[in-house]
Design a protein around this ligand. Sequence first.
Ligand code: S3P
Length: 444
Amino acid sequence: MPKFISIKKKINNFKKNKISVPGDKSLSIRFVLLSSLSSGKSTAYNLLKSDDVLSAIRNVKKLGIKVFLSKLKCEVYGKGLFNYKYRKNLVLDAGNSGTTARLLCSALIDAQYPIKIVGDRSLMKRDMSRIIKPLKLFGVKFKDNNGKLPIFIKGTKFTKPINYTENLGSAQCKSAVMIAALKTLGTTKIKSLPSRNHTELMFKNVLNVPIKLRYKKKYDLIEVKGKNEIQAFNYKIPGDISSAAFFIVLTLLSKNSKLLLKNVNINPSRIGIIKILKRMGAKIKFLNKKNYKGEMIGDIFVKSTKNLKAINLDSSQNSSVIDEFLLVFLVASKCKGVSSFEKLSELNKKESKRLDWGIKILKMMNVKVLKTKNNGIKIWGNNNSLPKKNYIIKNFLKDHRIFMLSAIAALSFGGNWKIYDPDSINTSFPGFIKTLNSLGAKIK
Ligand code: S3P
């Protein structure tokens, strides 16, 4: 791929009105890890073939699991919950993927040798203490670099169930504790701020793990009973709402456009972006809704919408829009009125400091934006096009979502944009530029 892409023209009147987005990243990584712990051959269809998922596959292969990946399907030959092949001096590289690094650690709680976990430049900056703390309670030993990678993890045969309160609203932390609980005899009790619930749904509806789920006002209460074995399974992975979100926002902000996004995961814990955009007045509908192994799946229909309204959002829904927040900021900058968002510190703990990036890009676009106390922001929207000027986006940690956000800003606001590191899209959405071009963008 080239070093950067150039976008000089807004997109209106899409050339086609129907697209599909690739498979859900969270479900794809969970499929790889959980099938690698199962007994027998598991098959996934429509697995996301992106670098993050390939990192998960590379690592389970290093742990002795056979994986066959073809155009149509992915087959994983699991050998059982406690049958990873541990070797001395094993190094596992999670690449850019926080989900792989954090969930993988929990699958290693029975490792008889210290295993080193590393990642790329971005992942090495991310906080691992959030999973080290609960995993230590199970009896696992860690050597870490002040809560960052590289970490060494050494497991034990004698893990103990724990009681744990998850206060970040992080599905990765919750899932890490759940996978460790699955490998620990006895009942682990988790009190967790709400976050995406794919692991709970897979445990309950796919793997028959004894699990109790109760949803209270502030916290979800989860109890997981450890097992000796889980059986192989098949899974059809639906499209990723986090990838769909770029196209939903592009459609909303472009003139005379409409778009149908087929077969997307619209699990209630993932659709914060849709709920928020609808409150802002966006014309969005779900069609053909169906339940698949507990996940809600459907088509999303969206139309360009004028006169969007500003919004004041409290933090209770932050986790359900955690990967799409910057797109919401972009829409807020086109709305009439002042929007406000609160408690966004988790955004600065992603692949790059996304809150800071969001503010930086809006400021470049002459949008008035203010950081408020408690890591909140206020955005003054104004419904105008951008002044014709040059925008250069170079994000040295190569954050895929910052690249894709910038492309959507360029195509919906205009101006002359040079956006570096297009190959960052390989992390989550390798066909992103191709899909934009199929709608009429002319990106080389
Ligand atoms: C993910 C959870 C989220 C999200 C990430 C994928 C998952 O992270 O940002 O892209 O698959 O569990 P946190 O749960 O840490 O917020």
